[in-house]
Design a protein around this ligand. Structure first.
Ligand SMILES: Nc1ncnc2c1ncn2[C@@H]1O[C@H](COP(=O)(O)OP(=O)(O)OP(=O)(O)O)[C@@H](O)[C@H]1O
Length: 313
């Protein structure tokens, strides 16, 4: 198996007619056979990126290479090799499910193959519903049909745009299992998500995009160490003017006129430092009325990543 990237994104830029700069020169290499999660808040540019690679949106500048070949110059090949499960459900609602899926296969340049279509429908637990009209299916089933449509022409690069937004827990688990099976069969997968847990569960590597900039690409395990930070809040019985020297080694911060002491810790480390901090507080005669811990939000993490990037530059 070649170690060259299956997909290379080079200097990709998009300004919409409205003036919005949705992508600001993005470079990204996708490795063959990996699951890559593109993580970012609303409006970050995730869908724009996917839609450009899938030939739905025209970039303002830059190019995409599939196995080193420009995707616009070799668009027939690109269409065959790429599958997209879009965010919005787009379907001919009066067609039986099996016709829609078979049609999709041929539309993307593959010969009809009943056995292949049957296997895809069975894998997605849709076979029993194959004659049903799409309009009458539940939301979760419709989403499965979208996946079946994207897989019908057997793409080896699959894009999933927010595959689990608004789906129930059971369907989410099914989707994750399906994505893993596809990867095990050699499909390269790029998915977008708002959810840290989804990236954590699924991805080999994660890219963080915000304001049209890809600010970080990292192995999932490395990123999760950064994302594992939590904050402990202690509501003190008596306000403090300053942090007592006995607590200096934990570097806690005071807020709300000295009534709240906060301590940032790594929730995934063997030792969080919390028991020793509480012991040191007791020894210093400091009491607290209440305590809670809070996960840094995705937004907090983006902010700190952007800061890190700027101070490193
Ligand atoms: N067709 C369009 N015309 C004008 N602006 C657009 C268009 N599509 C997207 N945008 C803008 O481009 C920016 C990036 O949008 P995009 O949909 O790519 O983000 P996203 O990361 O996928 O967000 P979400 O998670 O909400 O789908 C946003 O500011 C959005 O409003």
């Amino acid at each position: 198996m070649s170690s060259d990237p299956i997909l290379s994104i080079r200097g990709l830029r998009k300004s919409y007619a409205s003036g919005t700069e949705a992508l600001k020169s993005v470079d990204l290499d996708i490795r063959r056979g990996e699951i890559f999660a593109l993580l970012g808040p609303n409006g970050a540019g995730k869908t724009t990126l996917i839609n450009i690679v899938c030939g739905i949106v025209t970039p303002t500048a830059g190019e995409v290479l599939i196995d080193g070949r420009n995707w616009q110059r070799h668009y027939r090949e690109a269409r065959k090799r790429i599958g997209l499960v879009p965010q919005e459900l787009t379907m001919d609602v009066f067609e039986p499910l099996i016709s829609t899926v078979s049609f999709s296969r041929e539309l993307f340049g593959r010969a009809p193959d009943k056995a292949k279509v049957e296997r895809i429908l069975r894998d997605l637990s849709l076979w029993d519903k194959r004659k049903e009209i799409l309009k009458e299916l539940s939301g979760g089933m419709k989403r499965r049909v979208m996946i079946a449509k994207a897989l019908a022409h057997e793409p080896d690069i699959l894009f999933l745009d927010e595959p689990t937004a608004g789906v129930d827990v059971e369907l989410r688990r099914d989707m994750w299992a399906l994505v893993r099976r596809l990867r095990d069969n050699g499909t390269t997968i790029i998915l977008t998500t708002h959810y840290i847990e989804e990236a954590e569960e699924m991805a080999d590597r994660v890219g963080v995009i915000t304001n049209g900039e890809l600010i970080l690409v990292e192995a999932k395990d490395e990123l999760m160490k950064k994302l594992g930070r939590k904050i402990l809040h202690l509501q003190l019985t008596e306000p403090l003017q300053s942090v007592p020297p006995e607590l200096a080694e934990w570097n806690p911060q005071l807020s709300e006129n000295g009534n709240i002491l906060t301590y940032e810790f790594d929730a995934k480390a063997d030792r969080t430092g919390i028991p020793s901090l509480l012991t040191a507080m007791r020894d210093a005669g400091l009491g607290f009325k209440d305590l809670d811990t809070k996960q840094s939000s995705l937004e907090d993490i983006f902010v700190s990543l952007v800061h890190e990037k700027r101070s490193a530059a």
